[in-house]
Design a protein around this ligand. Structure first.
Ligand SMILES: Nc1ncnc2c1ncn2[C@@H]1O[C@H](COP(=O)(O)OP(=O)(O)OP(=O)(O)O)[C@@H](O)[C@H]1O
Ligand SMILES: [Mg+2]
Length: 363
């Protein structure tokens, strides 16, 4: 799948922009603060209805304006027009000019795999940030997963509220808690399966990709979950064991909301042992491995966005990396320094110069 055209109105520092992209490489360059990341962020927002930068929606609207619109033509088997409008009143999405009422029916139709330096959070930050990233990655490919997550979170909230009420009022109904726990375990097991399958698939390719970039062997991802390799009955027992403490804490101590991930290089956790470069290469290998997962699952190619990937990587790694990019995948590369980009890629790229929210296109 590819973004063929993009129109922006009042998106960040873009007042009015219309741009067409190459189905292969798009090289977006310009000085710091000009709007390179904003441009690729717009593609991400069009796909997932929110920013990868964690910004509030209102920050995406151009200062002193009331609403923004992003419109894009995505070509897959056929061309489809997607549109999102964000204002004080919330978000509205359309596909081919028809309103789509639920965001969950809109998300995951456009699949974007994006690398930015913020992704280092996946290694450095807290488990909750890693889970959030993992959730975005899986749900951007499959909206059934998104619905499961939303159901799980609703049940978890209900269970925690009920636990708190049990702490205050001992006259409560254990049956209700059992029903909620039962459902939480069922949905948790489904989420666990999604995550296990996803990580297994990533692990089939990640080590090879990492080796091609860095010449080092032995990268894998470890998925840690209290639900892995447990039957429903075993989990019910485990919930019972911690039930009294759940009530005291007013919180559910077991569940996929505590899952975590580790990036391991030959058994060593990159969070503790890895250099910045190793961490960055591990993340980019993860992203490229995701492409394979998506291709098999959807019989189509995702859109690949590499935001400022080249800062901090040495030239050899950059070239190794560019050489393994699949030339059939539409790829966006942003950089402040176009000289760093391989001549072969430059020749095949549409070059877009960004200057203060305006662009100049060169073929
Ligand atoms: N809501 C907004 N309204 C107007 N301008 C905005 C808004 N949000 C961000 N900007 C402007 O966008 C610019 C930053 O754009 P962007 O992050 O795309 O830069 P960049 O070209 O990627 O730079 P770098 O090379 O440093 O990563 C800043 O000048 C900022 O003031
Ligand atoms: Mg940037």
């Amino acid at each position: 799948m590819q973004v063929r055209q993009l129109k922006l109105v009042n998106f960040r520092n873009y007042k009015n922009l219309e741009v067409t992209f190459s189905p292969r490489y798009n090289l977006i360059y310009g000085n710091n603060g000009m709007g390179k990341t904003n441009l690729i962020e717009a593609i991400f927002v069009l796909a997932l209805t929110k920013s990868f930068r964690g910004s509030l929606d209102k920050v995406l609207i151009m200062n002193d304006e009331k609403s923004l619109t992003i419109e894009g033509v995505i070509s897959s088997l056929i061309n489809t027009n997607y549109q999102i409008t964000i204002s004080n009143e919330g978000k509205k999405v359309k596909i081919n000019d028809n309103n789509v009422k639920k965001l969950s029916d809109y998300i995951s139709r456009i699949t974007v795999i994006l690398f930015s330096s913020l992704d280092l959070r996946m290694i450095k930050d807290t488990p909750s940030v890693r889970r959030k990233n993992l959730n975005i990655d899986i749900s951007s490919m499959d909206n059934c997963y998104l619905k499961l997550l939303s159901n799980y979170n609703k049940l978890l909230k209900q269970r925690n509220i009920y636990l708190k009420s049990m702490n205050i009022n001992s006259n409560t109904d254990n049956d209700y808690l059992e029903v909620v726990t039962d459902k939480l375990i069922d949905i948790g097991l489904e989420i666990n399966k999604y995550r296990t399958d996803f990580i297994n698939k990533i692990n089939e390719n990640i080590s090879n990709i990492y080796k091609k970039i860095t010449c080092e062997k032995g990268l894998c991802i470890e998925y840690i979950s209290s639900f892995t390799n447990n039957t429903k009955e075993e989990l019910k027992n485990n919930f019972k064991k911690v039930f009294q403490r759940d009530i005291i804490l007013g919180k559910t101590q077991i569940g996929v909301h505590h899952d975590d991930l580790n990036f391991k290089l030959n058994g060593f956790n990159l969070r503790d042992y890895g250099s910045e470069g190793q961490q960055k290469n591990a993340i980019i290998s993860y992203k490229l491995a995701e492409i394979e997962f998506f291709k098999e699952k959807n019989n189509d190619e995702p859109i690949l966005i590499l935001d400022d990937l080249f800062s901090e990587l040495d030239n050899e790694k950059i070239n190794n990396l560019l050489n393994i990019l699949d030339e059939n995948i539409q790829t966006f590369i942003t950089t402040t320094n176009i000289d760093i980009v391989d001549e072969k890629i430059k020749e095949q790229s549409k070059k877009i110069v960004v200057e203060n929210g305006k662009i100049k296109e060169e073929l």
